[in-house]
Every structure is written in structure tokens, then in C-alpha cells.
Write a protein that binds this ligand. Structure first.
Ligand code: 1PR
Length: 523
């Protein structure tokens, strides 16, 4: 029996699913006695340091947790579950941590995009039972803006390079904690979990020990999901956001089955977009929650869900906040939520006053779940102009002139799945969202969507240069070479495609083969 310390924020479903897949039962901590009597304790943390410590204090879990750790009983901390072991964090300077390991938690001090999101390697510093059966060159999934800085190297189990080397796992007796997420790290992560769960595993050094690690560019499979005219929830795909063909919604498969296939084929991440999310729907009837639940049972890579993340009132007059909607998704297995239409409205309101209200969906969700959990999905459309000085928006010079020979354009934000254009450009939207706490940009392009003509490199460069958070390039992939092009010619950290994967024109493995040796990928 594994005891799981769930303090109520973030995605513990995946951790439970990973443990259950390996044949163990999970007991969730309800009282301090559950901690004191645990045989093996797993502490997965997602979210923000201050919020986590506040909840641990409120529930009186700090004292029993420290007693458990001091007694050197088997413990696996994940992400914030590692950071909690330290004395303090720059993320919440007034909130003390557990102080089990001397040292502190600091924000990444690098010019690279922060959060550090994606698959990176481990420089292994000491033998551990966690490494049994591993080669040593596997990549694991990270998502964090802060990392631990121990006072001494004694407990350092691994380091990882991102601008500089940081401590990515610690081991002190039977207490082990990782900054990365084993439950989101595919087969390698599951092996690591298995080693923790199994008693009597010997401490080993894997055969391949690296001295430098590299963050991989991510390949993301995107599933646009909606109900078709017969009422079935299907994966569909539009051409420039039009998902109907001969009057019917295109049906490219069932969401859970397709997600499983992409996981097996090596997708680094999977995104679900409820493309009718802007319409009114009661949260209770949300079939997407069930899709997430079922997918997270055997898909162990990060899952993002978007569509309908906003405040709304259902037909019975019950009002839900965007935070409540997001919470349901996280509890069902989502690691990140993506906000589309509502982000545009939030930014428009912000630009009028210049004030942060702290109440927008972006700010509220980031405060509770951390910036890394908030993705902004932008649906821009190219608008050509001949005289840039007349335009109030971020205009770029384009190498692809418009229909009347215009050599400038700007990218207009849209809402409601591209149905409504707004007086706001994509670059400004991305910048303001970053300021409000978003952790990543999913950058679609309506003009390229479903065309197979390749990513809009001008759009991606314009947005990427304006923000310091990671950007996912999306829309227009037609062949494996398009992925190489987007990684060589822009700074995008990941690239997303839908149509070519659904129609099995280009398998994910082929994309990875094309990239291997030219850009860093997880194979
Ligand atoms: O506005 O917060 O409710 O979120 C709705 C979400 O649904 C947004 O993220 C928006 O992008 C998405 N969406 C809305 N309508 C459509 C549609 O197609 N009618 N899908 C839609 C947009 C997502 C793209 C696509 C890429 C790659 N499609 O990410 O997957 O363009 O496609 P490709 O590789 O085939 O070219 P809210």
C-alpha cells in the first residue's frame, strides 16, 4: 500500500494512475496519522510553493511529515514535493518550507524561456535504487520556474542543465525527491516509480553517465474534440477552422483511442481542445472530464485541456468561476489548461486600465496551480496592410505579400473559434498574458490551419521575440521537414500538429527521425 499526500492542488490523478498501473494500491492521506503510519509515502506537488505550505500548515501536516522524514522512512517527493523539503523559496519568501534539507528554492536565473518545460536528461551523481534498469541517458518531463539550491552537495542525486546546472533530484537515506515528473515521463518514469515501489532494490549507477543534458524540442499531438450531429464526441479537424465537410462534422476518431495511439507513437505531450467550449454548457455534463479521466489511466505524458475555461453561469443560474472549471480538469488528469477566448477579453480589459485585478482567470489559476499550468491559446488571422504607420497594432514586414501586393501585416486575435475578430494583435496579447502570469503560448494560425503549407514562421518569430515564456508553434504542418524548419528558423520550444497525425500521413516517429541528430529530441 502506497500512501499519497494530496494537498488538494494539481494533478494527483496521474500519480495514482501510475502507481495503480504498477499493481500497487493507493491510500490518500486524510489525517496526520495516515502520514505517521505510512509504509511508503509519495508527495506529488504541483502549483505554487506558498499555497502548498499554507495548506500543509492548515491541515496540520507539517509536524507529522517532518517526523516521517526524520525517521528516514521511504519517501518520494515530486516537483513541489522536492521543493517543500527546503528551508524557503523565493516564490513565497515569507512562507517557511519544511527545512528538512538546508538550502533554498530559487527562480531560474537564465536568459532561456522560463518555465523550464519539457523533456531533459539527468547527470547522475550517486547510485540509487531508483535507477535499476535505466540506461542513464533517458529524458524526463520537467515543468517548473524554480529549482532547489542545497547548501551542500551531499544529498544531490542528479543535476540537469538549463542555462546552467541545477539540482534535479536529491537522495538522503530513504528520502528521495525529484524535480521532474516520473508520472509524466512515459516508460522511463514508470520504471523509476517501479523501483521506488519495490522493496529490496539495490542502489546502482546506470551504465551511461552524462556530463551535460539538453532540453528536447517537443512534438505535440492536438485533438480538437466536439460532438458531431449524432451526439458522439469525436476528434475533428478543420481547414482554417471549418470542421464540416459536405455538411457533416469530420470524424477522425475517438479522443481516448487517438490519445493512446499518440502516446505509444512517442508524442511528447497531448492537447485536447474542446472546440465548442465557448458555448454555454453545465460543468456536470462535461464529457471532456471523462475523456481526461480515461486518457490519464494509461497515457503517461503531459495532458493539456482547453476550451471553455472561463467564468460562466449555467441554465439553472449557478455560477462557476474559471478557477473552478480548471480545478475539475486538473482533478481529472490535466496538467495544464489552455485559455483562448477569455484571454482576449482579459487582455482587452487590462489594456483599458493598465491594472492587474488579480481576478482574471489567468491570474487566479496561475496563483493556485502555478504559471506553468496556464497556457494561452491564440487564434490569430493575418491582416495585410500597405501603410504600417496607419495601424495601431504590431505590424511586421512580410516576405509573403498580400493579395494586393501589401508588404506588411499584423495578426488579429479572434475569439469563439475564429468567428469573431477583435481589435487586438497576437503579439500584444502574448505579452500581456505573460505579465498576468501565463506560462506558455500555444500559437495557432487560422490562415495556415489544416493547409499543410508549413508553420507561419513570421508569426512565430514575432511572438517568440516578444515574450520570455515557451511558445508552441501550431497550424500548417504538412510533412516532417516542416518541424525541422520551424525549429531551425524560430525559437519555438515545441511544435504541434493535428491533421497529418490523425490522417496517418506522417507518423510521430517519422517526425522524430527527421529531427534526430539535427535538433535535440526525445526518442
Ligand atoms: O476559446 O478558450 O473556449 O478555447 C477554444 C479552443 O478551441 C481554442 O484553443 C481554439 O484554438 C480551439 N478551436 C476553436 N474552434 C476551432 C476550430 O477548429 N473550429 N480549433 C478550434 C483550433 C486547434 C489548432 C490545430 C492546429 C494544427 N484548432 O491547434 O490543432 O491548427 O492543425 P493542423 O496541424 O491540422 O494544421 P476557448
Amino acid at each position: 500500500m502506497i500512501t499519497l499526500l494530496d494537498y488538494g492542488a494539481g494533478n494527483v490523478r496521474s500519480v495514482i494512475n501510475a502507481i495503480e498501473t504498477l499493481g500497487e494500491k493507493v491510500h490518500i492521506v486524510k489525517s496526520k496519522n495516515d502520514i505517521l503510519s505510512a509504509e511508503k509515502l509519495v508527495f506529488p506537488g504541483v502549483g505554487a510553493f506558498g499555497n502548498m505550505m499554507e495548506i500543509l500548515n492548515r491541515k496540520n501536516f507539517v509536524e507529522p511529515l517532518l517526523a516521517y522524514l526524520e525517521a528516514d522512512r521511504p519517501f518520494l517527493g515530486i516537483c513541489l514535493g522536492l521543493q517543500a523539503l527546503f528551508e524557503r523559496s523565493e516564490e513565497a519568501p515569507d512562507m517557511p518550507g519544511l527545512g528538512f534539507i538546508p538550502g533554498y528554492v530559487q527562480r531560474f536565473a537564465t536568459d532561456l524561456s522560463v518555465p523550464h518545460i519539457g523533456w531533459n536528461g539527468l547527470n547522475i551523481k550517486q547510485p540509487s535504487r531508483l535507477f535499476a534498469g535505466l540506461e542513464g541517458d533517458e529524458k524526463f518531463y520537467f515543468v517548473h520556474s524554480y529549482h532547489v539550491t542545497p547548501q551542500s552537495d551531499d544529498a544531490v542525486l542528479t543535476t540537469t542543465d538549463y542555462g546552467y546546472g541545477f539540482v534535479s533530484a536529491i537522495q538522503k537515506g530513504n528520502v528521495i525527491a525529484t524535480q521532474f515528473h516520473p508520472e509524466k515521463s512515459g516508460k522511463s518514469g514508470l520504471s523509476l516509480f517501479k523501483n521506488f515501489l519495490k522493496s529490496g532494490t539495490k542502489k546502482v549507477m546506470p551504465p551511461r553517465i552524462s556530463t551535460e543534458t539538453h532540453l528536447a524540442k517537443r512534438i505535440i499531438a492536438c485533438l480538437d474534440v466536439r460532438t458531431n450531429d449524432r451526439g458522439d464526441l469525436v476528434v475533428t479537424k478543420g481547414d482554417q477552422y471549418d470542421v464540416r465537410e459536405n455538411g457533416d462534422v469530420r470524424n477522425l476518431g475517438m479522443p481516448v483511442d487517438l490519445a493512446r495511439r499518440y502516446y505509444q507513437e512517442g508524442a511528447d505531450e497531448i492537447t485536447f481542445l474542446n472546440i465548442t467550449g465557448f458555448r454555454d454548457f453545465p460543468l456536470e455534463d462535461m464529457p471532456m472530464l471523462e475523456v481526461l479521466r480515461q486518457t490519464s489511466e494509461n497515457v503517461f505524458v503531459p495532458l493539456t485541456i482547453g476550451g471553455g475555461i472561463r467564468d460562466y453561469t449555467d441554465k439553472d443560474g449557478r455560477t462557476y468561476s474559471a478557477l473552478e472549471v480548471a480545478a475539475k480538469y486538473f482533478r481529472s488528469g490535466a496538467d495544464k489548461i489552455s485559455i483562448g477566448s477569455d484571454a482576449v477579453l482579459v487582455v482587452e480589459a487590462h489594456l483599458k486600465t493598465g491594472l492587474k485585478t488579480g481576478k482574471s482567470a489567468i491570474e487566479e489559476i496561475a496563483r493556485v496551480y502555478g504559471n506553468q499550468a496556464v497556457v494561452i491559446s491564440i487564434d490569430p488571422r493575418r491582416v495585410y496592410v500597405d501603410k504600417p504607420e496607419k495601424i495601431q497594432h504590431r505590424v511586421i514586414k512580410t516576405d509573403n505579400p498580400g493579395p494586393n501586393g501589401e508588404s506588411y501585416c499584423w495578426y488579429q486575435c479572434t475569439i469563439k473559434g475564429g468567428r469573431e475578430g477583435r481589435d487586438l494583435d497576437a503579439v500584444t496579447l502574448a505579452q500581456v498574458c505573460e505579465k498576468l502570469g501565463a506560462g506558455e503560448i500555444l500559437l495557432n494560425c487560422i490562415d495556415r490551419d489544416g493547409t499543410g503549407q508549413g508553420f507561419d514562421l513570421e508569426l512565430i518569430n514575432a511572438v517568440k521575440e516578444a515574450v520570455s515564456i515557451p511558445v508552441i508553434a501550431s497550424s500548417g504542418a504538412g510533412c516532417a521537414e516542416h518541424f525541422l524548419e520551424v525549429f531551425k528558423k524560430t525559437g519555438a520550444e515545441s511544435a504541434l500538429a493535428a491533421g497529418i497525425f490523425h490522417r496517418e500521413e506522417v507518423p510521430i516517429g517519422q517526425v522524430k527521425s527527421e529531427l534526430k541528430g539535427k535538433v535535440e529530441v526525445r526518442v
